[in-house]
Design a protein around this ligand. Structure first.
Ligand SMILES: [Zn+2]
Length: 117
């Protein structure tokens, strides 16, 4: 896989509702992308569409018809080497969290050991 760029978190209302929290996406040129399998597209606005796995429903791609596919970072298998470098539409975020808030991090479920963030 070619190296990918930085991941951006989007806290807009549409991303919050589709993901259940906020999206985290990395841009890649469509020309550099090979898609295998079925993608189910949802026209989320006149300017953009969202692609979901036709088999499991995972949110995979946001496309703004600008030649780029914005891949959902969490849907990429294995180690990615990517880093998140910013947040957009932060004014639209849910009121139940703040970026940078120090919260306990558990390796698995809440009954298990805490790990460093
Ligand atoms: Zn968004």
């Amino acid at each position: 896989m070619a190296p990918l760029g930085a991941v951006t978190a989007c806290h807009c209302t549409q991303c919050r509702k589709i993901t259940g929290h906020h999206s985290a996406a990395v841009p890649v040129a469509w020309q550099a992308l090979t898609v295998t399998g079925d993608i189910t597209w949802f026209e989320s606005s006149e300017a953009a569409r969202r692609g979901f796995c036709g088999r499991c429903g995972s949110y995979l791609i946001w496309e703004e018809h600008d030649g780029l596919a914005y891949l959902s970072a969490g849907a990429i298998d294995g180690d990615t080497g990517m880093r998140m470098d910013g947040h957009i539409f932060y004014a639209d975020k849910g009121d139940y969290y703040h970026v940078g808030e120090m919260l306990p991090c558990f390796a698995a479920g809440r009954s298990g050991p805490e790990v460093a963030p």
